[in-house]
Design a protein around this ligand. Structure first.
Ligand SMILES: Cc1ncc(COP(=O)(O)O)c(C=O)c1O
Length: 391
């Protein structure tokens, strides 16, 4: 009896360690909700960039392939140095990873515990919550403010025992911003020994001011960046962490240090050298997003105005039904967040993809109205660019 209880305990310990070591990120979350044949249709469900890597990055990948037999660690050093120069931070404040999921996971594992909670926005990017839950930290979800920014005062009030405050700006899934001054306020008033993780995965699509200056000023702030979004390298895998060296040391106790794929290193490096890439892609994304918003306004659909490559569309009925109906039209849209069950996340794809999205949405929503035999939905704001009320 005693021994079976012991083995049960050790098994459960092994199981929770296994969970703690597992990375949950956007591709897994999107895949969990995805139709098996999604790749054969329009995939606007996981905030990828349909443009892929820029021409110089593709060329760099091809050119480095013959050297794939070597680890070539200096390429990681070169990219680290390049990022430090570009951002104006010392090189010891920068670490490169295969995407930003990994440093997010390690940071949450390092700074949360059963005694130190994880405070995040709702709706917000879910990945860190899985790590917090795996280390048995309390997960505290704080609704976004009325303007869809992070409600930093409410986050502070909800986390007197916080180990981590996680902010994503522009936020995934809403694409809305949290101001630099709000983040500064959070950093100035947070509990001692906690850290603020600012996930800037989508920052290049927006006009948001980065908080890299807070890293430079040696605050308890971590900035995460990825090459998966504007740089179109989700499948090549490259991301970076920027933080004070003593914070990095704590985070590295929880993993990291694996050799980076040389294809990712050279592609990232070539992308950073292309000075036109970010402004051009930002412009393309803004144009397509604005034209989709104009169409939605014209047709009376509500959405949350976004500054990113994704936005939340109010379907005014169970979002899951719309996801399924859209999949039947071969258009695969993103998931719902339980706090807003009538909203679905849409990624901004190419112009032809968004045309297909619009055609399919019209069909699906018209069919929904025609088929409806219940009482009319409660009136909601949101037409013609007004902010929709929250579910
Ligand atoms: C908010 C946010 N952070 C981080 C990531 C990390 O992605 P990756 O591991 O590809 O860098 C994503 C991906 O969608 C994301 O949405």
């Amino acid at each position: 009896m005693a021994s079976s209880r012991r083995s049960f305990l050790s098994l459960s310990a092994a199981a929770s360690t296994a969970v703690a070591l597992r990375y949950i990120g956007e591709p897994m979350l999107a895949r969990a909700a995805r139709h098996p044949k999604a790749h054969e249709g329009v995939m606007i469900d996981s905030n990828e960039n349909p443009l892929g890597p820029c021409a110089a990055a593709r060329e760099a990948v091809v050119n480095i392939a013959p050297q794939g037999g070597r680890y070539s660690d200096w390429l990681t050093d070169d990219l680290t140095k390049q990022l430090s120069e570009l951002e104006g931070v010392k090189v010891e404040y920068v670490r490169v990873y295969a995407g930003s999921t990994e440093p997010l996971h390690h940071s949450v594992a390092a700074f949360t515990s059963p005694q130190r909670s994880y405070v995040t926005a709702d709706p917000g990017y879910e990945a860190g919550m899985f790590t917090a839950a795996a280390v048995k930290a309390k997960v505290v979800k704080v609704p976004l403010a009325k303007d869809y920014s992070h409600d930093v005062k409410a986050m502070l009030a909800a986390g007197p025992d916080a180990g981590v405050f996680y902010l994503c700006s522009p936020n995934n899934p809403t694409g809305t911003l949290t101001s630099h001054s709000d983040i500064e306020y959070l950093v100035a008033n947070k509990p001692k020994d906690s850290i603020v993780i600012v996930d800037e995965a989508y920052i290049h699509f927006s006009d948001a001011q980065s908080v890299m200056d807070l890293v430079k000023a040696d605050k308890d702030v971590l900035v995460l960046r990825t090459f998966s979004k504007i740089y179109g390298m989700a499948g090549l895998r490259c991301g970076a962490l920027f933080a004070r060296p003593d914070l990095i040391e704590k985070i590295e106790n929880y993993g990291g240090g694996n050799f980076m794929p040389i294809t990712a290193m050279v592609a990232a490096s070539a992308s950073l050298k292309d000075g036109r890439l970010v402004p051009e892609r930002k412009h393309v994304n803004t144009q397509i997003r604005s034209s989709v918003f104009a169409w939605l306004d014209h047709n009376g659909y509500s959405y949350v105005p976004s500054q990113s490559n994704c936005f939340m569309l109010d379907t005014k009925r169970a979002g899951k039904e719309v996801i399924e109906a859209m999949a039947k039209q071969n258009v695969h849209i993103g998931r719902i967040w339980p706090v807003w069950p009538t909203y679905v996340r849409i990624t901004v794809g190419t112009a032809p993809e968004m045309d297909q999205f619009q055609t399919a949405l019209k069909k699906v929503m018209t069919a929904a109205v025609t088929a409806s035999v219940g009482p009319p939905a409660l009136p909601r704001k949101g037409r013609q660019g007004e902010l929709p009320v929250r579910a």
